[in-house]
Design a protein around this ligand. Structure first.
Ligand code: ATP
Ligand code: MG
Length: 391
């Protein structure tokens, strides 16, 4: 029996003339992430992609787990590919779904016939296969409303496919088809979720992290890499830029009024991220900010941080509550890493009473005590890079 993975692409199907480009990108992402499992053959036809293993000991469970995290996939299932012949279809349905059919009380058959030349109509296929399964499994009766097992028969151009209920995919648009963006990643809960959400809309991610050794430890940086590695199950590999932020933070601490320090720091982050993003072809920045979550995320504060940025900044969490963000971080399995207690450069230098309603006009004076351009250029020139990937 030849088992394959059938993949349905949802939103991609709406892409008209560009559809092929999106499908190809999705297939490329699947191939790349499955490379370690062995050879596969990937074909596309009629809003469906089939993944056929070409190695004898191919791990189908692992392959399905990978597919469940690839953006662009709206649903998928393991299926049996067979000749378009009613005898074969009936016998294979009984055999392929044996484990489920043997223990269920109710079932239904669902037929989809995209090959209109096939001699039987969909209701006729259902009746024939249903009758055959009833004759083989005396434990079963038909329930078309709420069956325990759905037996799906798809008759397509070249082959017929048999499977049971399909699993929801990750949805979204294939990563990389929307260009590249730079995620500002801390070690917290929010920024990995923000990155995941924008990758879901088709963006390829790079990431930038500001570290302040020796105030922040090597372990804090490792935590950021662990977060990124976990994200790459969804986003594909990510290039990380690590910026040494120590000198800037010390100057802020020593020269800037405490109540302004967080925002001055955030404005430095934005300036540096803009420069590095432009160099690496990123067309936008992404942050994990959520309106009103902390003093630096009030509307006046965000206006002050945005003012130094020329690239658009995507803040996909801006209207979300913490619980909603946590729910996504649990789903993508970054939560347990995020809550590990390692200091971030923001927390090390947190002022007691940060401004919540800053005036943009204040910053010219507040920041005049620092050589902004020299500090930014030095940070950009000394940035360290590496690729992070779980594959
Ligand atoms: P998070 O949970 O993502 O750390 P947060 O609620 O702690 O967010 P802030 O510390 O105010 O919020 O940071 C807001 C955003 O700024 C983060 O979501 C992230 O995008 C960016 N950011 C904060 N610290 C860093 C850092 N050390 N390096 C890179 N980006 C950072
Ligand atoms: Mg943080």
């Amino acid at each position: 029996m030849k088992e394959i993975i059938l993949i349905k692409n949802g939103e991609i199907a709406l892409k008209g003339l560009n559809r092929s480009t999106f499908e190809d990108a999705m297939i490329k992402n699947i191939r790349r992430r499955m490379a370690h499992l062995g050879k596969v053959d990937a074909k596309k036809a009629q809003s469906t992609v089939t993944i056929e293993p070409k190695d004898e000991f191919f791990d189908m469970d692992a392959a399905c787990d990978i597919v469940s995290k690839v953006f662009g996939v709206s649903a998928f299932c393991r299926a049996c590919e067979i000749e378009k012949d009613m005898e074969t279809i009936k016998k294979t349905a009984a055999e392929y779904l044996k484990n489920q059919l043997s223990f269920a009380k109710t079932f239904k058959v669902l037929a989809k016939r995209s090959d209109k030349k096939f001699p039987l109509t969909s209701p006729e296929i259902c009746r024939e296969v249903g009758g055959y399964l009833l004759s083989k499994y005396h434990n079963l009766s038909v329930d078309v409303i709420d069956p325990e097992v759905s037996v799906v028969i798809e008759v397509r151009d070249k082959f017929a496919y048999i499977h049971s209920a399909q699993t929801d995919g990750a949805g979204g648009i294939p990563t990389g088809t929307g260009g590249r963006a730079m995620l500002l990643i801390s070690g917290g809960i929010d920024s990995p979720v923000a990155g995941y959400m924008m990758a879901k809309r088709g963006l390829e991610l790079s990431a930038i992290h500001f570290a302040s050794p020796p105030y922040t430890s090597e372990r804090a940086l490792e935590k950021v890499k662990d977060l990124l590695r976990q994200m790459t199950h969804y986003t594909g590999r990510i290039k990380l830029y690590t910026v040494c932020f120590t000198k800037i933070q010390e100057q802020i601490r020593d020269r800037v009024k405490e109540e302004y320090s967080t925002l001055v720091m955030r404005r430095f982050m934005m300036r540096i991220a803009n420069k590095i993003a432009e160099k690496n072809g990123s067309l936008a920045l992404i942050t994990g900010e959520s309106l009103g979550q902390v003093a630096s995320q009030t509307l006046p504060s965000i206006q002050c941080t945005d003012a130094v940025s020329t690239l658009p900044t995507f803040r996909p969490l801006i209207g979300m509550d913490k619980e909603e963000i946590v729910a996504i971080s649990r789903k993508i399995e970054t939560f347990d890493i995020s809550v590990q207690p390692f200091e971030d450069c923001c927390t090390v230098f947190t002022p007691k009473h940060p401004k919540t309603k800053p005036n943009l006009s204040d910053f010219e004076k507040v920041e005049s005590v620092m050589d902004i351009e020299a500090l930014v250029n030095e940070a950009v020139e000394t940035v360290e890079t590496e690729f992070v990937s779980a594959f």
